[in-house]
Design a protein around this ligand. Sequence first.
Ligand SMILES: [Zn+2]
Ligand SMILES: [Zn+2]
Length: 80
Amino acid sequence: MFCPVCNGMQLLQESCPSCGGSVQDYGRSSDFAGPYAPYEQIEFDQHQTSSNMQNQFVCKHLLFCPSCGQTSETVVAEYD
Ligand SMILES: [Zn+2]
Ligand SMILES: [Zn+2]
């Protein structure tokens, strides 16, 4: 499993939840979170396409908005 964003294969195209501006990817948020495992299995229901795909490995990315200073998180589905 690998994250296409961490591997430079895909650019994050997210917008700031506060001001709608373009945000910067600050990388894997677990790098900032301390002693948690880098891979967490969480329920991924945003892009769920089939009922037997209940769990998927995702990479959490920390986003920073240079316009308003807001930080947020997004998840990227990892590839096999
Ligand atoms: Zn990633
Ligand atoms: Zn903003």
